[in-house]
Design a protein around this ligand. Structure first.
Ligand SMILES: [Zn+2]
Ligand SMILES: [Zn+2]
Length: 242
């Protein structure tokens, strides 16, 4: 009688053997990779196994709790036991390298999009947006406080020439310039219209009279008159008024 778990292990070993190619001392995995677990074998619909760990255990070694296996050679896809090492979770080369992420960017229009739900990538033991990873790879670490921003406004874009460095205040101003935020009448709670604002600014009536006329507070009138609010009219023209 065949022991099912033994049969299953032999099956996994056979599948791994069918998907690796030796290259010198490297053993290169041809199948899919996971950004955290590295080379990954899909056994069936639910179960996936980390290839590096399977080979490690097949060589008679074990993985103590708290430690992870990481590749130590320069090939992401290499799963050779001799090129793997047990590490504390936060040390050693993570499963994915910068090039690994770069290869996965998908062209979409002008942009190169990182095809995942989150735009975060895991590099050098820390999580960062793909934009920062790409920018810092090209220019070195960004100065403290500066942010890597997108000209194209797409958080998942990793195209270098769509990225620029800005201080947080500058980033907000740029977003205004690109009309990322609602302005004036586009604000859903807006009580005034641009026509009303022009009237208020040109009118010689008192604050209180105008406040009653437009059903807003005198403070609102004051803020409109002193240009504290309703400062930026959106570039695209407003629909003609009836
Ligand atoms: Zn290797
Ligand atoms: Zn872009």
């Amino acid at each position: 009688m065949v022991n099912t778990s033994v049969a299953r292990e032999m099956d996994i070993a056979a599948q791994i053997a069918a998907n690796v190619v030796a290259d010198g001392t490297h053993l290169l995995w041809q199948g899919p990779q996971d950004q955290y677990k590295g080379p990954l074998l899909r056994v069936d619909r639910k179960k996936k196994v980390a290839v590096r760990g399977e080979l490690w255990r097949a060589a008679g070694r074990d993985i103590p709790p708290g430690l992870v296996l990481r590749g130590i050679c320069d090939r992401d896809e290499c799963v050779a036991v001799a090129h793997s090492r047990l590490c504390v979770r936060t040390f050693g080369r993570p499963a994915a390298s910068f090039d690994w992420y770069l290869k996965r960017l998908v062209p979409d229009g002008d942009c190169l999009i990182f095809p995942a739900k989150s735009n975060r990538v895991y590099l050098d033991g820390r999580k960062m947006p793909i934009s920062r990873a790409v920018w810092e790879h090209a220019h070195g670490p960004a100065p403290t406080g500066w942010m890597v921003c997108h000209r194209c406004d797409r958080q998942h874009c990793g195209r270098l020439d769509h990225l620029y460095l800005a201080l947080p205040g500058q980033r907000i101003r740029d977003s205004f310039d690109r009309q990322r935020f609602p302005l004036g009448e586009q604000v859903s709670q807006a009580k005034l219209t641009w026509a009303a604002v022009e009237h208020i600014r040109s009118s010689t009536e008192t604050r209180e009279t105008l406040a009653r006329l437009y059903r807003v507070s005198p403070t609102t009138i004051y803020k409109v008159r002193t240009w504290k609010t309703w400062r930026t009219k959106p570039a695209d023209d407003l629909p003609p008024e009836e």
